[in-house]
Design a protein around this ligand. Structure first.
Ligand code: NOJ
Length: 569
Protein backbone atom coordinates (compact mmCIF):
# COMPACT_ATOMS: atom_id res chain seq x y z
CA UNK A 1 0.00 0.00 0.00
CA UNK A 2 2.72 2.49 1.03
CA UNK A 3 4.56 1.58 -2.15
CA UNK A 4 1.52 2.63 -4.15
CA UNK A 5 1.56 5.99 -2.45
CA UNK A 6 5.21 6.45 -3.29
CA UNK A 7 4.54 5.58 -6.90
CA UNK A 8 1.67 8.04 -7.02
CA UNK A 9 3.83 10.72 -5.49
CA UNK A 10 6.66 9.98 -7.90
CA UNK A 11 4.24 10.22 -10.82
CA UNK A 12 2.94 13.48 -9.38
CA UNK A 13 6.47 14.81 -9.05
CA UNK A 14 7.12 14.08 -12.72
CA UNK A 15 3.86 15.75 -13.64
CA UNK A 16 4.73 18.69 -11.43
CA UNK A 17 7.82 19.36 -13.48
CA UNK A 18 5.58 19.57 -16.50
CA UNK A 19 3.42 22.29 -15.10
CA UNK A 20 3.91 25.57 -16.91
CA UNK A 21 5.04 28.70 -15.07
CA UNK A 22 1.60 30.27 -15.34
CA UNK A 23 -0.02 27.26 -13.67
CA UNK A 24 2.23 27.49 -10.66
CA UNK A 25 1.81 31.18 -9.99
CA UNK A 26 -0.98 33.60 -9.17
CA UNK A 27 -1.80 36.41 -11.61
CA UNK A 28 -2.51 39.95 -10.44
CA UNK A 29 -4.82 42.14 -12.49
CA UNK A 30 -4.05 45.85 -12.61
CA UNK A 31 -6.51 48.50 -13.71
CA UNK A 32 -3.81 51.03 -14.58
CA UNK A 33 -6.04 54.06 -14.44
CA UNK A 34 -6.62 53.41 -10.73
CA UNK A 35 -3.36 51.84 -9.62
CA UNK A 36 -0.69 54.48 -8.93
CA UNK A 37 -0.34 58.02 -10.22
CA UNK A 38 3.17 59.48 -10.25
CA UNK A 39 2.45 62.70 -12.16
CA UNK A 40 -0.44 64.24 -10.21
CA UNK A 41 -2.75 63.83 -13.21
CA UNK A 42 -5.34 61.97 -11.14
CA UNK A 43 -4.99 58.80 -13.22
CA UNK A 44 -2.50 56.00 -12.71
CA UNK A 45 0.49 55.47 -14.99
CA UNK A 46 3.10 52.91 -16.03
CA UNK A 47 5.83 54.42 -13.86
CA UNK A 48 3.44 53.99 -10.92
CA UNK A 49 3.12 50.29 -11.69
CA UNK A 50 6.91 49.95 -11.88
CA UNK A 51 7.20 51.66 -8.49
CA UNK A 52 4.90 49.09 -6.93
CA UNK A 53 6.62 45.99 -8.29
CA UNK A 54 8.25 45.24 -4.95
CA UNK A 55 4.82 45.24 -3.31
CA UNK A 56 3.62 42.77 -5.95
CA UNK A 57 6.69 40.61 -5.63
CA UNK A 58 6.06 40.37 -1.88
CA UNK A 59 2.49 39.32 -2.63
CA UNK A 60 4.05 36.41 -4.52
CA UNK A 61 2.49 36.87 -7.94
CA UNK A 62 4.23 35.81 -11.16
CA UNK A 63 2.31 37.80 -13.77
CA UNK A 64 0.47 41.08 -14.09
CA UNK A 65 -2.45 41.41 -16.47
CA UNK A 66 -2.77 45.04 -17.48
CA UNK A 67 -6.15 46.20 -18.73
CA UNK A 68 -5.67 48.23 -21.94
CA UNK A 69 -3.00 50.94 -21.94
CA UNK A 70 -3.19 51.75 -25.66
CA UNK A 71 -4.19 55.18 -27.01
CA UNK A 72 -7.91 55.49 -26.45
CA UNK A 73 -10.63 58.12 -26.14
CA UNK A 74 -11.48 56.28 -22.87
CA UNK A 75 -15.19 55.98 -23.62
CA UNK A 76 -14.94 52.51 -22.09
CA UNK A 77 -11.75 53.16 -20.12
CA UNK A 78 -9.37 51.82 -22.74
CA UNK A 79 -11.52 49.03 -24.18
CA UNK A 80 -11.97 51.40 -27.11
CA UNK A 81 -8.56 51.26 -28.79
CA UNK A 82 -7.45 53.93 -31.24
CA UNK A 83 -4.03 52.41 -31.96
CA UNK A 84 -3.14 48.78 -31.24
CA UNK A 85 0.64 49.21 -31.20
CA UNK A 86 1.24 52.29 -29.08
CA UNK A 87 0.96 53.46 -25.47
CA UNK A 88 -1.56 56.08 -24.40
CA UNK A 89 0.46 59.18 -23.40
CA UNK A 90 -1.78 59.43 -20.31
CA UNK A 91 -0.04 56.24 -19.10
CA UNK A 92 3.47 57.15 -20.25
CA UNK A 93 5.74 56.17 -23.12
CA UNK A 94 6.89 53.03 -24.88
CA UNK A 95 10.18 53.44 -23.02
CA UNK A 96 8.25 53.36 -19.70
CA UNK A 97 6.57 50.18 -20.85
CA UNK A 98 9.85 48.55 -21.87
CA UNK A 99 11.31 49.52 -18.52
CA UNK A 100 8.30 47.97 -16.76
CA UNK A 101 8.88 44.68 -18.61
CA UNK A 102 12.53 44.64 -17.67
CA UNK A 103 12.02 45.63 -14.01
CA UNK A 104 9.21 43.10 -13.67
CA UNK A 105 11.43 40.46 -15.24
CA UNK A 106 14.10 41.07 -12.58
CA UNK A 107 11.47 40.17 -9.99
CA UNK A 108 10.24 37.08 -11.82
CA UNK A 109 7.04 38.78 -12.99
CA UNK A 110 5.69 38.75 -16.55
CA UNK A 111 3.51 41.43 -18.10
CA UNK A 112 0.32 40.30 -19.81
CA UNK A 113 -1.50 42.54 -22.28
CA UNK A 114 -5.22 42.84 -22.96
CA UNK A 115 -6.19 42.35 -26.60
CA UNK A 116 -9.50 43.97 -27.49
CA UNK A 117 -10.17 42.42 -30.86
CA UNK A 118 -13.94 42.25 -31.19
CA UNK A 119 -14.09 46.01 -31.71
CA UNK A 120 -11.89 49.09 -31.92
CA UNK A 121 -12.54 52.71 -31.07
CA UNK A 122 -14.43 54.82 -33.60
CA UNK A 123 -11.29 57.00 -33.49
CA UNK A 124 -9.09 54.19 -34.77
CA UNK A 125 -7.67 55.15 -38.20
CA UNK A 126 -9.07 51.85 -39.53
CA UNK A 127 -12.62 52.91 -38.71
CA UNK A 128 -12.13 56.49 -39.87
CA UNK A 129 -11.12 55.12 -43.27
CA UNK A 130 -13.80 52.43 -43.28
CA UNK A 131 -16.62 54.86 -42.66
CA UNK A 132 -15.41 57.38 -45.25
CA UNK A 133 -17.03 55.59 -48.23
CA UNK A 134 -18.34 52.23 -49.39
CA UNK A 135 -15.36 51.74 -51.70
CA UNK A 136 -12.23 52.61 -49.69
CA UNK A 137 -9.62 49.88 -49.06
CA UNK A 138 -10.94 49.32 -45.50
CA UNK A 139 -14.63 49.58 -46.45
CA UNK A 140 -15.16 46.00 -45.34
CA UNK A 141 -13.13 46.11 -42.10
CA UNK A 142 -16.21 46.67 -39.92
CA UNK A 143 -19.78 45.31 -40.01
CA UNK A 144 -21.84 47.55 -42.28
CA UNK A 145 -25.45 46.93 -43.27
CA UNK A 146 -28.21 48.83 -45.06
CA UNK A 147 -31.23 50.08 -43.14
CA UNK A 148 -34.50 48.15 -43.22
CA UNK A 149 -37.00 49.41 -45.82
CA UNK A 150 -38.48 51.80 -43.25
CA UNK A 151 -35.05 53.25 -42.47
CA UNK A 152 -34.74 51.55 -39.10
CA UNK A 153 -31.75 49.52 -37.87
CA UNK A 154 -31.03 46.23 -39.68
CA UNK A 155 -32.05 44.17 -36.62
CA UNK A 156 -33.58 44.68 -33.17
CA UNK A 157 -30.40 43.69 -31.33
CA UNK A 158 -29.60 45.60 -28.14
CA UNK A 159 -25.98 46.45 -27.35
CA UNK A 160 -24.46 45.28 -24.09
CA UNK A 161 -24.35 48.83 -22.73
CA UNK A 162 -28.01 49.46 -23.67
CA UNK A 163 -29.71 50.95 -26.75
CA UNK A 164 -29.63 49.60 -30.32
CA UNK A 165 -26.50 47.70 -31.33
CA UNK A 166 -26.56 49.62 -34.62
CA UNK A 167 -25.56 53.19 -35.32
CA UNK A 168 -26.31 55.21 -38.43
CA UNK A 169 -23.38 56.62 -40.41
CA UNK A 170 -24.19 59.63 -42.58
CA UNK A 171 -21.10 59.30 -44.79
CA UNK A 172 -21.87 55.75 -45.88
CA UNK A 173 -25.66 55.95 -45.49
CA UNK A 174 -25.42 52.64 -43.67
CA UNK A 175 -25.52 51.28 -40.15
CA UNK A 176 -22.52 49.76 -38.38
CA UNK A 177 -22.72 47.16 -35.64
CA UNK A 178 -21.41 47.78 -32.13
CA UNK A 179 -21.79 45.01 -29.56
CA UNK A 180 -20.76 47.47 -26.86
CA UNK A 181 -20.87 51.31 -27.00
CA UNK A 182 -21.66 53.33 -30.13
CA UNK A 183 -18.00 54.41 -30.06
CA UNK A 184 -16.83 50.75 -30.22
CA UNK A 185 -17.56 49.51 -33.76
CA UNK A 186 -17.20 45.74 -34.27
CA UNK A 187 -14.36 44.56 -36.51
CA UNK A 188 -15.17 42.24 -39.38
CA UNK A 189 -13.28 39.02 -38.66
CA UNK A 190 -14.53 37.49 -41.92
CA UNK A 191 -12.03 39.73 -43.70
CA UNK A 192 -8.57 38.04 -43.69
CA UNK A 193 -6.83 41.43 -43.84
CA UNK A 194 -8.47 42.42 -40.56
CA UNK A 195 -7.38 39.21 -38.90
CA UNK A 196 -3.82 39.62 -40.15
CA UNK A 197 -3.67 43.21 -38.87
CA UNK A 198 -4.80 42.01 -35.45
CA UNK A 199 -2.28 39.15 -35.41
CA UNK A 200 0.49 41.58 -36.41
CA UNK A 201 -0.41 43.82 -33.47
CA UNK A 202 -0.24 40.90 -31.03
CA UNK A 203 3.13 39.86 -32.48
CA UNK A 204 4.37 43.41 -31.96
CA UNK A 205 3.79 42.99 -28.20
CA UNK A 206 5.34 39.53 -28.18
CA UNK A 207 8.47 41.09 -29.67
CA UNK A 208 8.49 43.48 -26.70
CA UNK A 209 8.67 40.46 -24.39
CA UNK A 210 5.18 40.24 -22.94
CA UNK A 211 4.29 37.06 -21.06
CA UNK A 212 0.83 36.52 -22.45
CA UNK A 213 -2.52 37.89 -23.42
CA UNK A 214 -5.99 38.23 -22.00
CA UNK A 215 -8.31 38.32 -24.99
CA UNK A 216 -11.38 40.49 -24.55
CA UNK A 217 -14.96 39.62 -25.47
CA UNK A 218 -13.71 36.94 -27.81
CA UNK A 219 -16.97 35.02 -28.07
CA UNK A 220 -18.51 37.88 -30.07
CA UNK A 221 -16.05 37.96 -32.99
CA UNK A 222 -17.98 35.58 -35.24
CA UNK A 223 -21.32 36.92 -36.41
CA UNK A 224 -24.16 34.75 -37.72
CA UNK A 225 -24.41 34.22 -41.48
CA UNK A 226 -27.74 36.01 -41.56
CA UNK A 227 -28.75 38.99 -39.49
CA UNK A 228 -32.35 38.54 -38.32
CA UNK A 229 -34.53 40.02 -35.58
CA UNK A 230 -34.66 38.07 -32.32
CA UNK A 231 -37.55 37.48 -29.92
CA UNK A 232 -37.73 40.73 -27.87
CA UNK A 233 -36.73 40.34 -24.22
CA UNK A 234 -37.36 43.93 -23.26
CA UNK A 235 -40.32 46.31 -23.32
CA UNK A 236 -38.62 48.42 -26.01
CA UNK A 237 -38.79 45.50 -28.50
CA UNK A 238 -35.06 44.76 -28.44
CA UNK A 239 -33.23 41.52 -27.73
CA UNK A 240 -29.82 41.22 -26.03
CA UNK A 241 -27.16 40.92 -28.75
CA UNK A 242 -25.53 38.25 -26.63
CA UNK A 243 -28.39 35.88 -27.49
CA UNK A 244 -27.94 36.46 -31.21
CA UNK A 245 -24.18 36.51 -31.73
CA UNK A 246 -22.28 34.96 -28.81
CA UNK A 247 -20.27 31.84 -29.56
CA UNK A 248 -21.52 31.45 -33.14
CA UNK A 249 -20.46 28.19 -34.84
CA UNK A 250 -17.31 28.70 -36.90
CA UNK A 251 -15.65 30.89 -34.28
CA UNK A 252 -13.05 28.25 -33.47
CA UNK A 253 -11.72 28.34 -37.03
CA UNK A 254 -10.66 31.95 -36.47
CA UNK A 255 -9.20 31.17 -33.08
CA UNK A 256 -7.13 28.22 -34.29
CA UNK A 257 -5.69 30.49 -36.94
CA UNK A 258 -4.99 33.15 -34.28
CA UNK A 259 -3.21 30.56 -32.14
CA UNK A 260 -1.10 29.31 -35.03
CA UNK A 261 -0.09 32.74 -36.24
CA UNK A 262 0.58 34.32 -32.86
CA UNK A 263 0.67 32.14 -29.74
CA UNK A 264 2.29 28.91 -30.90
CA UNK A 265 5.95 28.50 -30.02
CA UNK A 266 5.99 31.17 -27.29
CA UNK A 267 6.33 30.52 -23.58
CA UNK A 268 3.31 32.65 -22.76
CA UNK A 269 -0.21 32.07 -21.53
CA UNK A 270 -3.46 33.09 -23.11
CA UNK A 271 -6.77 33.53 -21.35
CA UNK A 272 -9.90 34.29 -23.31
CA UNK A 273 -12.84 36.21 -21.93
CA UNK A 274 -15.54 33.85 -23.03
CA UNK A 275 -18.98 34.74 -21.85
CA UNK A 276 -21.35 32.26 -23.45
CA UNK A 277 -19.12 29.17 -23.47
CA UNK A 278 -20.62 26.44 -21.33
CA UNK A 279 -18.58 24.07 -19.17
CA UNK A 280 -19.31 21.16 -21.51
CA UNK A 281 -17.71 23.06 -24.41
CA UNK A 282 -14.55 23.94 -22.49
CA UNK A 283 -12.58 21.09 -24.00
CA UNK A 284 -12.80 22.62 -27.45
CA UNK A 285 -11.47 25.91 -26.12
CA UNK A 286 -8.69 24.93 -23.71
CA UNK A 287 -6.32 22.00 -23.31
CA UNK A 288 -4.32 20.15 -25.95
CA UNK A 289 -6.72 20.71 -28.82
CA UNK A 290 -8.05 24.03 -27.64
CA UNK A 291 -7.30 27.58 -28.69
CA UNK A 292 -6.37 29.20 -25.36
CA UNK A 293 -4.61 28.07 -22.21
CA UNK A 294 -7.45 29.22 -20.00
CA UNK A 295 -10.88 30.69 -20.36
CA UNK A 296 -12.74 33.14 -18.17
CA UNK A 297 -16.09 31.45 -18.05
CA UNK A 298 -18.72 33.43 -16.21
CA UNK A 299 -21.42 31.06 -15.05
CA UNK A 300 -20.54 31.60 -11.36
CA UNK A 301 -20.56 35.39 -11.77
CA UNK A 302 -23.77 35.88 -13.69
CA UNK A 303 -26.11 34.09 -11.29
CA UNK A 304 -27.72 37.35 -10.20
CA UNK A 305 -28.70 38.26 -13.77
CA UNK A 306 -32.21 37.31 -14.68
CA UNK A 307 -31.64 37.59 -18.39
CA UNK A 308 -28.43 38.09 -20.32
CA UNK A 309 -26.72 41.25 -19.14
CA UNK A 310 -29.77 43.11 -17.79
CA UNK A 311 -29.29 44.53 -14.31
CA UNK A 312 -33.01 45.05 -13.58
CA UNK A 313 -34.77 42.24 -11.75
CA UNK A 314 -31.68 40.85 -9.97
CA UNK A 315 -32.51 37.30 -9.06
CA UNK A 316 -31.85 35.46 -5.82
CA UNK A 317 -29.45 32.64 -6.54
CA UNK A 318 -28.86 29.53 -4.51
CA UNK A 319 -25.50 28.45 -3.18
CA UNK A 320 -25.92 25.09 -4.91
CA UNK A 321 -26.02 26.94 -8.27
CA UNK A 322 -22.81 28.77 -7.44
CA UNK A 323 -21.10 25.56 -6.34
CA UNK A 324 -22.27 23.70 -9.42
CA UNK A 325 -20.95 26.43 -11.73
CA UNK A 326 -17.49 26.18 -10.17
CA UNK A 327 -17.51 22.40 -9.95
CA UNK A 328 -18.60 22.03 -13.57
CA UNK A 329 -15.52 23.84 -14.85
CA UNK A 330 -13.25 22.01 -12.41
CA UNK A 331 -14.58 18.71 -13.70
CA UNK A 332 -14.63 19.73 -17.37
CA UNK A 333 -10.92 20.60 -17.25
CA UNK A 334 -9.87 17.71 -15.04
CA UNK A 335 -8.13 15.60 -17.69
CA UNK A 336 -7.34 18.29 -20.18
CA UNK A 337 -7.20 21.99 -19.54
CA UNK A 338 -6.81 24.41 -16.71
CA UNK A 339 -9.05 26.99 -15.04
CA UNK A 340 -8.40 30.58 -14.16
CA UNK A 341 -9.93 30.97 -10.70
CA UNK A 342 -11.47 34.39 -10.29
CA UNK A 343 -14.17 36.12 -8.30
CA UNK A 344 -13.36 39.74 -9.08
CA UNK A 345 -12.20 41.77 -12.02
CA UNK A 346 -12.73 45.31 -13.31
CA UNK A 347 -16.28 44.44 -14.48
CA UNK A 348 -17.57 42.83 -11.31
CA UNK A 349 -18.78 44.01 -7.93
CA UNK A 350 -16.39 43.23 -5.08
CA UNK A 351 -16.80 39.57 -4.06
CA UNK A 352 -17.74 40.38 -0.48
CA UNK A 353 -20.85 42.29 -1.65
CA UNK A 354 -21.52 40.04 -4.61
CA UNK A 355 -21.65 36.72 -2.84
CA UNK A 356 -21.74 37.14 0.90
CA UNK A 357 -24.92 37.80 2.89
CA UNK A 358 -25.71 41.24 4.23
CA UNK A 359 -24.41 41.63 7.73
CA UNK A 360 -21.42 39.34 7.17
CA UNK A 361 -18.14 40.45 8.70
CA UNK A 362 -16.31 41.83 5.68
CA UNK A 363 -12.80 40.80 6.75
CA UNK A 364 -13.88 37.24 7.46
CA UNK A 365 -15.82 37.16 4.20
CA UNK A 366 -12.96 38.33 1.98
CA UNK A 367 -10.58 35.91 3.65
CA UNK A 368 -13.11 33.14 3.06
CA UNK A 369 -13.05 33.97 -0.65
CA UNK A 370 -9.28 34.00 -0.66
CA UNK A 371 -9.34 30.43 0.62
CA UNK A 372 -11.58 29.28 -2.20
CA UNK A 373 -9.50 31.21 -4.72
CA UNK A 374 -6.28 29.57 -3.61
CA UNK A 375 -7.48 26.01 -3.10
CA UNK A 376 -9.48 25.26 -6.25
CA UNK A 377 -7.52 23.70 -9.13
CA UNK A 378 -6.26 26.41 -11.46
CA UNK A 379 -4.43 29.71 -11.61
CA UNK A 380 -5.74 32.25 -9.08
CA UNK A 381 -6.39 35.72 -10.48
CA UNK A 382 -6.27 38.47 -7.84
CA UNK A 383 -7.82 41.76 -8.87
CA UNK A 384 -6.19 44.90 -7.46
CA UNK A 385 -7.62 45.74 -4.05
CA UNK A 386 -8.96 42.23 -3.54
CA UNK A 387 -5.81 41.45 -1.55
CA UNK A 388 -6.67 44.37 0.75
CA UNK A 389 -10.33 43.41 1.17
CA UNK A 390 -11.95 46.18 -0.90
CA UNK A 391 -15.76 46.41 -0.84
CA UNK A 392 -18.35 48.12 -3.08
CA UNK A 393 -19.07 51.84 -3.16
CA UNK A 394 -22.64 53.18 -3.15
CA UNK A 395 -22.66 56.75 -4.40
CA UNK A 396 -25.86 58.83 -4.22
CA UNK A 397 -26.50 59.79 -7.81
CA UNK A 398 -25.90 58.26 -11.22
CA UNK A 399 -23.93 61.38 -12.23
CA UNK A 400 -21.20 60.31 -9.80
CA UNK A 401 -20.69 57.10 -11.78
CA UNK A 402 -18.16 57.04 -14.61
CA UNK A 403 -18.91 53.52 -15.89
CA UNK A 404 -20.72 53.64 -19.22
CA UNK A 405 -22.48 50.41 -18.45
CA UNK A 406 -23.84 51.69 -15.09
CA UNK A 407 -25.31 54.70 -16.87
CA UNK A 408 -26.84 52.57 -19.64
CA UNK A 409 -28.33 50.07 -17.22
CA UNK A 410 -29.70 52.87 -15.03
CA UNK A 411 -31.56 54.29 -18.06
CA UNK A 412 -32.80 50.83 -18.99
CA UNK A 413 -34.17 50.29 -15.48
CA UNK A 414 -36.07 53.60 -15.63
CA UNK A 415 -37.51 52.61 -19.01
CA UNK A 416 -38.64 49.32 -17.50
CA UNK A 417 -40.66 51.31 -14.95
CA UNK A 418 -38.39 51.11 -11.90
CA UNK A 419 -38.10 54.19 -9.70
CA UNK A 420 -34.82 56.08 -9.61
CA UNK A 421 -34.24 54.72 -6.10
CA UNK A 422 -34.66 51.15 -7.37
CA UNK A 423 -32.47 51.86 -10.38
CA UNK A 424 -29.76 53.20 -8.05
CA UNK A 425 -30.04 50.06 -5.92
CA UNK A 426 -29.18 48.00 -9.04
CA UNK A 427 -26.25 50.32 -9.73
CA UNK A 428 -25.03 49.92 -6.16
CA UNK A 429 -25.12 46.17 -6.51
CA UNK A 430 -23.70 45.71 -10.01
CA UNK A 431 -21.69 48.80 -10.92
CA UNK A 432 -18.26 48.22 -12.37
CA UNK A 433 -17.06 51.40 -10.66
CA UNK A 434 -16.95 49.49 -7.37
CA UNK A 435 -14.01 47.59 -8.81
CA UNK A 436 -12.42 50.68 -10.29
CA UNK A 437 -11.96 52.99 -7.30
CA UNK A 438 -8.27 53.84 -6.84
CA UNK A 439 -5.85 51.65 -4.95
CA UNK A 440 -5.46 52.57 -1.33
CA UNK A 441 -1.77 52.66 -0.55
CA UNK A 442 -1.68 54.75 2.64
CA UNK A 443 -3.91 56.53 5.16
CA UNK A 444 -2.62 59.84 3.78
CA UNK A 445 -4.15 62.26 1.31
CA UNK A 446 -5.98 60.53 -1.57
CA UNK A 447 -4.91 57.22 -0.07
CA UNK A 448 -1.44 57.81 -1.51
CA UNK A 449 -2.82 57.15 -5.00
CA UNK A 450 -2.37 60.65 -6.43
CA UNK A 451 -1.19 64.09 -5.45
CA UNK A 452 -3.84 65.53 -7.78
CA UNK A 453 -7.58 65.06 -8.07
CA UNK A 454 -8.43 61.41 -8.49
CA UNK A 455 -10.38 60.59 -11.67
CA UNK A 456 -12.80 58.49 -9.58
CA UNK A 457 -13.59 59.05 -5.89
CA UNK A 458 -11.57 57.03 -3.43
CA UNK A 459 -13.49 54.62 -1.20
CA UNK A 460 -14.15 56.29 2.16
CA UNK A 461 -12.71 53.34 4.11
CA UNK A 462 -9.16 54.12 2.95
CA UNK A 463 -7.86 55.20 6.35
CA UNK A 464 -8.18 51.67 7.71
CA UNK A 465 -8.18 49.61 4.53
CA UNK A 466 -4.86 50.28 2.81
CA UNK A 467 -1.57 48.58 1.98
CA UNK A 468 0.50 50.49 4.54
CA UNK A 469 -1.75 49.63 7.49
CA UNK A 470 -2.28 46.04 6.38
CA UNK A 471 1.40 45.44 5.80
CA UNK A 472 2.02 45.96 9.53
CA UNK A 473 -0.92 43.90 10.75
CA UNK A 474 -0.02 40.20 10.87
CA UNK A 475 -3.71 39.27 10.74
CA UNK A 476 -4.65 41.52 7.80
CA UNK A 477 -6.22 40.41 4.54
CA UNK A 478 -2.99 41.39 2.76
CA UNK A 479 -0.81 39.22 4.96
CA UNK A 480 -3.29 36.41 4.63
CA UNK A 481 -2.98 36.59 0.82
CA UNK A 482 0.81 36.61 1.05
CA UNK A 483 0.85 33.60 3.33
CA UNK A 484 -1.71 31.58 1.46
CA UNK A 485 -0.21 32.32 -1.93
CA UNK A 486 3.14 30.99 -0.70
CA UNK A 487 1.41 27.95 0.79
CA UNK A 488 -0.31 27.18 -2.53
CA UNK A 489 2.93 27.36 -4.47
CA UNK A 490 4.57 24.82 -2.21
CA UNK A 491 1.62 22.46 -2.08
CA UNK A 492 1.72 19.59 -4.55
CA UNK A 493 -1.83 18.74 -3.54
CA UNK A 494 -3.13 22.19 -4.48
CA UNK A 495 -1.14 22.26 -7.71
CA UNK A 496 -2.00 18.79 -8.94
CA UNK A 497 -4.59 17.21 -6.72
CA UNK A 498 -7.97 16.02 -7.93
CA UNK A 499 -11.04 18.03 -7.06
CA UNK A 500 -14.17 16.65 -5.47
CA UNK A 501 -17.14 18.58 -4.17
CA UNK A 502 -18.49 17.60 -0.74
CA UNK A 503 -21.84 18.38 0.91
CA UNK A 504 -23.12 18.96 -2.62
CA UNK A 505 -26.76 19.69 -1.69
CA UNK A 506 -25.96 21.94 1.24
CA UNK A 507 -27.33 25.46 0.68
CA UNK A 508 -25.11 27.00 3.38
CA UNK A 509 -21.70 25.47 2.96
CA UNK A 510 -19.29 25.21 0.04
CA UNK A 511 -16.99 22.27 0.74
CA UNK A 512 -14.50 20.49 -1.45
CA UNK A 513 -11.43 18.32 -1.18
CA UNK A 514 -8.25 18.23 -3.23
CA UNK A 515 -6.43 14.87 -3.12
CA UNK A 516 -3.07 13.61 -4.22
CA UNK A 517 -1.45 10.36 -3.13
CA UNK A 518 -1.79 10.10 0.64
CA UNK A 519 -2.72 13.75 1.18
CA UNK A 520 -5.95 15.64 1.17
CA UNK A 521 -6.74 19.32 1.61
CA UNK A 522 -10.30 20.25 2.54
CA UNK A 523 -11.84 23.71 2.16
CA UNK A 524 -15.09 24.54 3.95
CA UNK A 525 -16.82 27.91 3.81
CA UNK A 526 -20.03 28.98 5.49
CA UNK A 527 -21.85 31.34 3.12
CA UNK A 528 -24.35 32.48 5.76
CA UNK A 529 -24.14 34.93 8.67
CA UNK A 530 -25.46 32.17 10.99
CA UNK A 531 -23.88 29.25 12.79
CA UNK A 532 -24.45 26.09 10.71
CA UNK A 533 -23.75 22.44 11.33
CA UNK A 534 -22.84 19.54 9.06
CA UNK A 535 -21.86 15.91 9.30
CA UNK A 536 -18.10 16.09 9.71
CA UNK A 537 -17.32 12.37 9.51
CA UNK A 538 -14.99 12.90 6.56
CA UNK A 539 -12.84 15.25 8.64
CA UNK A 540 -12.10 12.67 11.34
CA UNK A 541 -8.36 12.56 10.87
CA UNK A 542 -7.93 16.01 9.34
CA UNK A 543 -6.05 18.85 11.03
CA UNK A 544 -6.94 22.51 10.67
CA UNK A 545 -4.22 24.50 8.89
CA UNK A 546 -5.99 27.79 8.17
CA UNK A 547 -9.12 29.43 9.54
CA UNK A 548 -10.66 32.84 10.01
CA UNK A 549 -11.65 32.12 13.63
CA UNK A 550 -9.10 31.23 16.28
CA UNK A 551 -11.04 28.19 17.47
CA UNK A 552 -12.89 25.75 15.23
CA UNK A 553 -15.22 22.91 16.04
CA UNK A 554 -15.52 20.08 13.52
CA UNK A 555 -19.13 19.83 12.35
CA UNK A 556 -19.89 23.48 13.12
CA UNK A 557 -19.13 26.57 11.10
CA UNK A 558 -19.66 29.99 12.62
CA UNK A 559 -20.85 33.04 10.70
CA UNK A 560 -18.84 33.25 7.39
CA UNK A 561 -16.30 30.86 8.82
CA UNK A 562 -13.80 29.38 6.38
CA UNK A 563 -11.51 26.53 7.36
CA UNK A 564 -8.84 24.62 5.50
CA UNK A 565 -7.95 21.17 6.82
CA UNK A 566 -5.13 18.85 5.85
CA UNK A 567 -5.03 15.08 6.14
CA UNK A 568 -2.21 12.63 5.60
CA UNK A 569 -2.84 8.90 5.77
C1 NOJ B 1 -15.02 43.19 -21.50
C2 NOJ B 1 -14.18 44.11 -20.68
O1 NOJ B 1 -13.72 43.43 -19.56
C3 NOJ B 1 -15.06 45.29 -20.33
O2 NOJ B 1 -14.47 46.13 -19.37
C4 NOJ B 1 -15.36 46.02 -21.59
O3 NOJ B 1 -16.30 47.06 -21.32
C5 NOJ B 1 -15.97 45.10 -22.64
N1 NOJ B 1 -15.33 43.83 -22.73
C6 NOJ B 1 -15.88 45.73 -24.00
O4 NOJ B 1 -14.56 45.70 -24.45
Amino acid sequence: MRGDFHLTLRAAAIFMKNLKWWQKTAVYQIYPKSFMDTTGSGTGDIVGITQKLDYLQKLGIGAIWLTPIYPSPQVDNGYDIADYTAIDPAYGTMADFENLISEADKRGIKIVMDLVYNHSSEKNSWFIESKSSRTNPKADWYIWRDAKADGSAPTNWRGIFGGSAWNWCEERQQYYLHTFAVQQPDLNWENPEVRQALYDAANFWLDKGVGGFRIDAITYIKKPAEFVDGEPDNKDGTVAIHKMTANTPGILYFLHEFKKKVFDGHDIFTVGEANGVAAEELNQWVGDDGVFDMLFEFSHLTLAFTDGEIWCYPRKWKLTEFKKALSDSQIATKENGWCPIFFENHDQPRCMNHFMPEGADSIKAVKAFARILMTLRGTPFIFQGQELGFTNVAWDSIEQYNDISSRGQYELSLKEGFTSKEAMDFVHFFSRDSARTPMQWTSGENAGFTSGKSWLPIHDDYKTCNAEVEDKDADSVLNFYRKFNAFRKDSEVLMHGDYEELLQDDENIFAFVRSLGNKKIYTLVNFTPDKVSFDAGFLNKAKKIFGNYSTTEKGILQSTEAVVYEEEF
